[in-house]
Design a protein around this ligand. Sequence first.
Ligand code: AMP
Length: 206
Amino acid sequence: MKILLLGAPGCGKSTQAKLITDMLNVPHISTGDMLREEIKSNSKSGQRAKIYISQGGLVPDDIIFDIVKKRLQNDDCKNGFILDAYPRNPSQAMELAKITKLDLVLYLKVDNKKVIDRLSNRLTCTDCQKSVPKSSGYANCPYCGGNLVQRPDDAEDVIKVRLETYEKQTKPLIEYYDKVSNLVVIDADQEVEKVFNDIKMAINRK
Ligand code: AMP
């Protein structure tokens, strides 16, 4: 099954994508994670992407298209995939439509105020990219033992720009996918397990 997760930064896309991946045994494709890997390896794309990410804007489409196209051609995508945060604007949606057809689009709806709290209070593992609340008190990642850090773009001033970017560029995709695809709205203000239950129901209805 080919699933897209849509929603504001901090709505829990990544957490839910990992759970769906385990359930359906299809890969989790996160352009954010892939870009952070490019930055880590100091590639040319990574060096360009870093500037946009640190300012809260979107990375230019040409970089994203290259990364996603290559990834979707991998053998492990034959039986489907979970797209997390791609597409993020209308032109990316058009490009994606040229290469594949989605089975389900899950819109994880959250209250913006909660998003600011969640993002400014999370630590992310530099290895497995999972995150935990600062208040959990973990010194290292509870999943893999890696280093926990605050993502530079989780600083409060950058979060505000990321939310504006989302409102302007990504939110219009909700209306678009409601017209052209099978879009299901999920209440993502609930606890992780409840959100995942609603997602499972949406998947089983497909
Ligand atoms: P995320 O981990 O999904 O919050 O993404 C972190 C940052 O990576 C975003 O704020 C963007 O700067 C960049 N990014 C991730 N996915 C995309 C995309 N599909 N298009 C453009 N920029 C992206």
